[in-house]
Ligand binder design. Structure first.
Ligand code: 5GP
Ligand code: ZN
Length: 117
């Protein structure tokens, strides 16, 4: 599937292999790699290969991509022995989104309190 990269986007560069990352899973439409600053024993980011700024934009552009993010997240968690995990899409600067390329945080392996704070 051809993808459009955005200039100066960190996660587009990781998808393209231009910046190294510890990739744990890839699919036709997604790449999953470990967060550089993990907040749990399992902390992986699942990103669409296609550049979109946030989850709703990705879903609007291609629902199949959004579905693949969720199934990839489950694959990553179960491959590391976690049946229970948390998926988070920080959306907007006020919600602590810092990288404006859709990414799903997959967190597991510690007590995941709710609400998250
Ligand atoms: P956000 O705050 O936008 O929801 O999440 C961005 C995430 O990207 C953060 O958890 C941060 O640690 C992670 N991150 C930032 N830069 C890099 C990087 O260069 N490599 C990797 N693997 N993760 C990164
Ligand atoms: Zn991007």
């Amino acid at each position: 599937v051809p993808v459009t990269a955005a200039p100066d986007c960190l996660f587009c560069k990781i998808v393209a292999g231009e910046i190294p990352a510890e990739v744990v899973h890839t699919t036709e439409r997604t790449v999953a790699f470990r967060d550089i600053n993990p907040q749990a024993p399992l902390h992986v980011l699942v990103v669409p290969r296609e550049h979109e700024p946030n989850a709703a934009a990705s879903a609007a552009a291609d629902p199949a991509t959004f579905a693949e993010i969720a199934t990839t997240a489950r694959s990553v968690a179960t491959a590391e022995g976690y049946d229970d995990y948390r998926l988070v899409f920080n959306t907007g600067a006020g919600a602590q989104q810092t990288v404006f390329h859709t990414h799903c945080h997959v967190l597991a392996g510690r007590d995941l309190t709710w609400p998250p704070g």
